[in-house]
Design a protein around this ligand. Structure first.
Ligand SMILES: *[C@@H]1O[C@H](CO)[C@@H](O)[C@H](O)[C@H]1NC(C)=O
Ligand SMILES: *[C@@H]1O[C@H](CO)[C@@H](O)[C@H](O)[C@H]1NC(C)=O
Ligand SMILES: *[C@@H]1O[C@H](CO)[C@@H](O)[C@H](O)[C@H]1NC(C)=O
Ligand SMILES: *[C@@H]1O[C@H](CO)[C@@H](O)[C@H](O)[C@H]1NC(C)=O
Ligand SMILES: *[C@@H]1O[C@H](CO)[C@@H](O)[C@H](O)[C@H]1NC(C)=O
Ligand SMILES: *[C@@H]1O[C@H](CO)[C@@H](O)[C@H](O)[C@H]1NC(C)=O
Length: 601
């Protein structure tokens, strides 16, 4: 749920987003889907450190038509409140020492991390800096040594929450027969400030996620879960987070499988600004809240005393304007960085050098029309979507795609790949959607998988092409948009109060996707539920992705398979573009061929 495109037209985009979507969201606000306390007695879980009182959620009907329920343990703190002197520091494990004392009330959601309001993800409940808590959803009855799915939410690293009101996690727990865990992590400057030096190296939000994963390792057995079968999964910024854990040596042993949905760290959206930009952003934040940069140490000391709401507002302002005023790349400002610890290098370099520290089973994918959302701001009449050549150029500029293709010769190569007849007046709508989708999602994901290939683990690629009839962004024309997978994988349709009412065929598709996701969590193979079972043999079977046979599942009503997704386009972005870039860098070093704009590549 990255707000896809930072742009000079942000006002416009916001306006159009709000006018088209706010109305559909009003009614979400009046229905709190999560808590459905039933009359049954509250369940209690005893861990070595504490006793937790949970709540029973009434639940949808499962495939066999049997009502099932979920025991939810909500708002469990996994770290000390990151406030006061702990602000901008790594999370400190929460130690309970009252196993014999009063049980801990885990019957309602905890605080959400401070953020500005976002109409797409209406977060209800309290916002507080003391927000490092997680929720555990246990299907009843819980299978023996249940597989665990650990959800990392999206929201461009500035908004979102683990348990989402509009997309409850309980249907996946029931239909997948898995324990689902969702954690909050610090957002915006509070989670991703970096001073570019040792004062605050950065990636605090990733350290939070890691701390929550440690909690899972230490405690999930008491809930019936298997700590050796933890699958991390996330979308957008959450997908990028997942890929950072796959890369980082610091996350080794905390999970055994990973699913990256519409986001990997090697995407130009996430990570990778150089240290001087990172430091400048920190000092800009300081200026906005009255902390003048003298040294990093004094800057951070000052920032520790700023009111949290001021920090959140300043952090949001930087999110919206940073790329325009300062950034040479299209990455979003508050995001993972190369801090020398969590990420030893820029993710693209780590991939190139084979520094994928966790050789785990991977599943990854994205959607056919990820860019539909930002482009709507440019359409005069959304019911007749048309982008002419002039507007196409403007969008390339605003999306910063043109920075990647700044050299005329690269631009020509891109035209060659994407445009059949450039003399013809044509509708560039789909051209832009494909360029943006390939540059930011399809090809970075392809590169991530290829670089992670190893003999001991499996990889599966999907491309969602079916646009659900009801979804978060609810974009008007067909084409699967950013975040459209969520209604399917969380079985929204099956929740009694869900606003996402799918058709019967789509409900079947949702059921199948929950099966793929939970099977993968159980066995590392979406085609079987247990090690003993044979793979399904029908057309539904999802073949592995390997570099020599890059198969993918076309997530659609037909669930057909494909091969070599966007092969030509990804050769352009992943092979030719870096080659051109190093050619220009060489020319610049060696003299006469220095080209304008090389810095912008
Ligand atoms: C737990 O907290 C909820 C909500 O704050 C409250 O309604 C309930 O009575 C509490 N239960 C116990 C056992 O303290
Ligand atoms: C503070 O300013 C100095 C000099 O302008 C700069 O080198 C340094 O990176 C800045 N530090 C931070 C944390 O912004
Ligand atoms: C932060 O921004 C919100 C929304 O624009 C505004 O209502 C609030 O007053 C601001 N808070 C501070 C401390 O400036
Ligand atoms: C493209 O559309 C814009 C806005 O509708 C218009 O101002 C412009 O003249 C058009 N350009 C061409 C080449 O048709
Ligand atoms: C959901 O769709 C079904 C048909 O697919 C329809 O019967 C039902 O009334 C719809 N429910 C809502 C709340 O719109
Ligand atoms: C996906 O499948 C649909 C049919 O369900 C087909 O129209 C489309 O071309 C396929 N797309 C890809 C990328 O495989």
């Amino acid at each position: 749920m990255t707000r896809n495109m930072p742009s000079i037209n942000m006002e416009n985009i916001h306006h159009s987003m709000k006018s088209s979507f706010l109305s559909c969201f009003n009614f979400f606000l009046i229905s709190l889907l999560l808590t459905h306390p039933s009359t049954s007695a509250n369940p209690v879980i005893e861990t070595e450190q504490a006793r937790f009182i949970g709540t029973v959620l009434d639940l949808p009907v499962d495939e066999q038509g049997l009502a099932r329920s979920v025991h939810a343990y909500l708002g469990i703190p996994y770290a000390e409140p990151p406030v006061g002197d702990l602000r901008f520091r790594q999370p400190v494990a929460k130690i309970w020492s009252n196993a014999a004392g009063e049980p801990i009330n885990a019957t309602s959601l905890g605080n959400r991390c401070p953020q500005v309001y976002n109409p797409y993800f209406p977060v209800l409940g309290n916002y507080d800096e003391d927000c490092l808590n997680l929720d555990v959803y246990v299907p009843v009855p819980v299978p023996d040594k249940a597989a665990v799915m650990f959800w990392i939410h999206g929201g461009a690293f500035v908004v979102g929450t683990g348990s989402m009101e509009i997309l409850p996690l309980s249907p996946l727990a029931v239909f997948g027969d898995v324990i689902v865990v969702a954690a909050n992590y610090r957002l915006g400057a509070l989670g991703f400030l970096s001073t570019g030096d040792d004062e605050v190296p950065g990636n605090l939000g990733l350290y939070d996620q890691r701390q929550a994963l440690k909690w899972v390792q230490d405690n999930i057995q008491a809930f019936g879960g298997d700590p050796s079968r933890v699958t991390i999964f996330g979308t957008s910024a959450g997908g990028a987070s997942v890929s950072c854990h796959v890369l980082s040596p610091l996350s080794s042993g905390l999970f055994s499988r990973a699913i990256m949905q519409s986001g990997v760290a090697s995407s130009p959206f996430f990570t990778g600004t150089d240290r001087s930009h990172i430091a400048k952003r920190a000092s800009n934040l300081g200026k906005l809240v009255g902390c003048v940069n003298d040294t990093s140490k004094r800057l951070v000391e000052c920032l520790r005393n700023v009111h949290v709401e001021d920090l959140v507002n300043a952090s949001a302002m930087i999110h919206e304007t940073w790329v325009l005023s300062n950034g040479p790349s299209i990455n979003i400002p508050w995001s993972p960085v190369n801090d020398g610890h969590f990420l030893s290098k820029d993710p693209t370099t780590m991939l190139k050098e084979g520094l994928v520290n966790n050789k785990v089973d991977l599943m990854a994918g994205q959607h056919s029309h990820e860019a539909m959302l930002p482009i709507m701001a440019f359409l005069k009449d959304p019911s007749e979507p048309y982008i002419n050549a002039t507007i196409f150029e403007t969008i390339l500029t605003i999306s910063k795609t043109n920075q990647a293709i700044a050299q005329p010769i690269i631009r020509q190569a891109m035209n060659l790949v994407y445009i059949d007849d450039i003399t013809k007046e044509q509708n560039y709508l789909n051209t832009f959607i494909q360029i943006h989708g390939d540059h930011v999602y399809v090809c970075p994901t392809d590169a991530f998988l290829r670089a992670s290939e190893n003999a001991d683990s499996n990889m599966y690629l999907y491309h969602l092409t079916h646009h659900p009839s009801a979804s978060i962004f609810n974009t008007p024309w067909s084409g699967a948009c950013h975040a459209d997978e969520l209604v399917f994988i969380f079985g929204a349709h099956f929740h009694p109060e869900s606003p996402f009412n799918l058709t019967e065929e789509e409900a079947k598709m949702s059921m199948q996707m929950m099966k793929f996701w939970s099977n993968f969590a159980k066995t590392g193979n979406p085609n079987k539920e247990s090690e003993a079972e044979e793979e399904i043999s029908s057309d539904l079977r999802w073949p592995k992705f390997t570099s020599s046979n890059p198969s993918y599942k076309n997530m659609s009503l037909l669930m057909n398979n494909g091969r070599a997704l966007k092969a030509k386009e990804c050769r352009f972005w992943n092979n030719y573009l870096p080659t051109f870039k190093s050619f220009f860098d060489d020319s610049a070093i060696h003299g006469p061929n220095k080209m304008n704009g090389k810095d912008e590549l």
